[in-house]
Design a protein around this ligand. Structure first.
Ligand code: PLP
Length: 376
């Protein structure tokens, strides 16, 4: 079966992992520091604006603890979002106001933002669908300076607009380094916050609420007679990106450019095939954008049959993400989401990952030709 996503971890990670084991420091340490340095360089932001944690989902939940939004205020969220976004809004006792998307990108629809923006809106949580960027500057001009913009850039690591990395333009952005991502650390996540007071609060939040200026017990034992005593600044959780995660991910930074080029080549093969067949797909035609190509999404009325046909022929496909407005937990505050509905009935994500061989790509293309050209 050709997988839709696949990790691509080289020997460099095995060697670094072995170093970590020998170092006897498996937790957060020097390898994490090096990872954050390279991450900041890749995202073209200051290292002080980013922080790594256990996973992107933790960041999605944590952001609501870091920004205390007015109770019962509304957070606008496009229906095609990772489910944790809806859950995190509810868990924070806020109202997820689910709005429609744009058929050409899978991203939030700006007319819907304008329509549903109100005095009750405290934030908007957008997703850069499969690495296609939301225009954050335009979004800011619509929502104004008071409404917070949170960016789910989990799939947009590698996407930049005019050289500005996706996830670094709003008030908060987050990325995932889980097992299937462009850069994988097994598990892992990172977030961006430029406001340094908030960043300090975030770091404390993700480390039990311990004051981040406090030295560790080991460091304090030299000067304090009771080095095990502490106070907490806030209720906090523990979400740690470790040297083990960092060692898996570090060698992949130098491969990033090649990985992105490979994905672009796969995309080109798909678009050539689909253009000949007259089948629609999400366009990525902005010259000022470098795309992560994390998803390749086509659209057809025969979507379910195509998915079954591909599966029968050894090609896995899927659809991300089941619309929030159809999930019972969230639907109470959904607006009419006609486009998201149509998208979720017609869109299919087909395999795209930099480990795919030319034969794999040809097989997917041939399967598409056989299905559509052969009138299956
Ligand atoms: C858009 C999006 N956001 C968030 C996440 C969560 O990332 P993590 O697995 O690191 O928690 C994912 C995971 O696939 C995702 O696709």
């Amino acid at each position: 079966m050709i997988n839709i996503f696949e990790p691509n971890v080289g020997d460099g990670s095995v060697e670094l992992l072995s170093d970590v084991f020998k170092s006897n420091w498996l937790g957060r340490g020097t390898y994490v520091n090096e990872f954050e340095t390279l991450l900041a360089q890749t995202l073209k932001t200051d290292k002080k604006n980013i922080h790594t944690i256990a996973c992107c989902t933790d960041a999605i939940f944590g952001v609501f603890d870091i920004y205390d939004l007015p109770p019962n205020s509304e957070v606008l969220v496009p229906s095609i979002s990772f489910p944790a976004v809806g859950s995190a809004i509810i868990a924070a006792r806020l109202i997820p106001k689910i709005i429609d998307i744009d058929l050409s990108t899978g991203n939030v629809n700006f007319d819907a933002v304008e329509k549903h923006l109100s005095k009750k809106t405290s934030a908007i949580f957008v997703t850069h669908y499969g690495g296609i960027p939301v225009d954050i500057q335009k979004l800011r001009s619509i929502v104004g300076p008071e409404v917070l913009i949170f960016e789910d850039a989990a799939c947009a690591f590698g996407t930049s607009v005019d050289g500005v990395a996706c996830g670094t333009e709003g008030d908060f952005g987050c990325w995932s380094f889980d097992a299937m991502k462009l850069l994988t650390c097994g598990e892992g996540g990172a977030f961006f916050i430029s406001d340094q007071a908030r960043m300090l609060k975030a770091k404390e939040h993700f480390y039990l609420g311990l004051p981040s200026q406090t030295k560790s017990g080991i460091d304090r034992q030299a000067t304090d007679s009771r080095w095990w005593e502490y106070q907490l600044n806030s209720p906090g959780r523990r979400s740690i990106f470790t040297n083990i995660n960092a060692a898996i991910g570090l060698p992949q930074f130098s491969l990033l450019e090649d990985s992105l080029l490979r994905r672009k080549k796969i995309r080109d093969a798909y678009t050539e095939t689909l253009n000949k067949l007259g089948i629609a797909y999400l366009k990525q035609d902005q010259n000022n954008v470098s795309y992560s190509n994390y998803f390749f999404t086509l659209r057809t009325d025969k979507r379910d049959n195509l998915a079954q046909y591909l599966k029968d022929n050894g090609v896995y496909s899927t659809f991300r993400y089941y619309p929030l407005h159809l999930i019972d937990l969230f639907k109470a505050n959904a607006s009419e989401c006609k486009v998201a509905m149509s998208f979720s009935e017609t869109a299919l994500n087909i395999p795209i990952h930099h480990g795919m061989s030319d034969d794999d790509v040809s097989k997917v293309c041939q399967s598409l030709v056989n299905f559509f050209g052969g009138g299956v």
